[in-house]
Design a protein around this ligand. Structure first.
Ligand code: ADP
Ligand code: MG
Length: 330
């Protein structure tokens, strides 16, 4: 008897599961040609970013397939957000191990469909190969921005205010919660943190609203201190941060109250996908309005300096040296 739930072949994968995801984009030709043909809107630049996720390194094969789909798409959309781009399309390369069955593809493509709808993007191409190694996914997201308006890491100026969106540290704490390592925290708080880790929220609207308002922008994927470090390095500046001003969720505050050593994880841990940006002082007057329009809170946490170093100060004005460095990929 044929196994109904065996691994689908390459053409089934493309035609049955992925072609419907190209639906609203005529230039994708329902994934039946060799490539897609896209006309960028007049006066706009194409913004392109790629992220790869490998089973056993960035997620587990047994994770719900819709969660894998959501994270894959959202981490790339976060990169587009930090450039100020409006997301439009994506391509997807997938290396498929033997044991991935049609149920998995069904759930994975449904996850992509749901997230596509939420963020207004369509699948326009990709590649499908077999592997004897782990499931490997690579997604390239494309968006558009008015020519010359792209937001960069390198434009911070001495005297700028440093701002972050949302709350910081939830991603890294969420991974601890997934691993059941936050035993003293309430189950609601653990669930909140797990959800923040599992389902990053790309700050797409905020990125677009920062055009003309922010000098330097980055999305926090490696950790607050590491990503602020990337802005400082590329801009040739330093930064002073007031730790007490860093916005924390109720759950993160609870975790910190139980174990003050978690502060360094909050400062150094990755996976928040909030935006970190620098502005003129006068941005403060507009911050509340932009936050409301962007659907996320904004908090000032420090200032750009000419010291060339990042300094973190506690509420007593003492400098704090975190033990944890940011996430590095290898
Ligand atoms: P070729 O062998 O000419 O590269 P393929 O058979 O690999 O063509 O792909 C046929 C079409 O299906 C192309 O338009 C390609 O972009 C699309 N495609 C293949 N794999 C994927 C995928 N994983 N996701 C989206 N589109 C895909
Ligand atoms: Mg091919």
């Amino acid at each position: 008897m044929p196994n109904e739930n065996a691994r689908p072949n390459e053409f089934e994968i493309i035609n049955k599961y992925f072609a419907p995801l190209s639906g609203s984009e005529p230039g994708a030709f329902k994934l039946t040609d060799d490539a897609a043909i896209i006309d960028p809107p007049t006066g706009q630049s194409l913004v392109v970013t790629t992220d790869a996720l490998v089973a056993g390194v960035h997620f587990f094969t047994a994770d719900p397939a819709e969660d894998i789909a959501a994270k894959l798409l959202r981490v790339s959309l976060s990169d587009l957000a930090s450039m100020g781009a409006e997301p439009a399309h994506y391509t997807l390369s997938i290396a498929v191990p033997e044991d991935l069955n049609s149920d998995w593809f069904e759930t994975f493509s449904e996850g992509l469909a749901e997230n596509q709808r939420e963020f207004g993007v369509t699948l326009i191409g990709g590649d499908t190969v077999s592997t004897s190694g782990p499931l490997t996914l690579s997604l390239t997201a494309m968006g558009y921005i008015e020519k010359g308006m792209g937001l960069r890491r390198s434009k911070a100026k001495v005297g700028d205010s440093i701002w972050v969106s949302g709350t910081i540290g939830d991603g890294a704490l969420g991974l601890l919660a997934v691993e059941n390592k936050l035993a003293d925290l309430s189950s609601d708080d653990c669930e909140y943190l797990r959800q923040r880790y599992r389902l990053p929220i790309p700050r797409t609207k905020l990125g677009q609203n920062l055009i003309g308002n922010a000098h330097a922008v980055i999305d926090i994927s490696d950790g607050l201190v590491a990503d602020l470090g990337h802005i400082c390095e590329t801009s040739g500046v330093g930064a002073d941060v007031q730790i007490a001003d860093i916005p924390l969720s109720k759950a993160a505050n609870g975790a910190l109250a139980e174990n003050s050593a978690l502060l360094d994880l909050i400062l150094g841990g990755g996976d928040d996908y909030e935006l970190l940006f620098t502005t003129e002082h006068s941005f403060a007057a507009a911050a509340e309005k932009i936050a409301a329009e962007s659907g996320v809170t904004l908090t000032k946490i420090g200032e750009i300096t000419n010291t060339g170093a990042i300094r973190l100060f506690d509420q007593n004005g003492q400098e704090h040296t975190p033990r944890q460095k940011g996430f590095t990929h290898f």
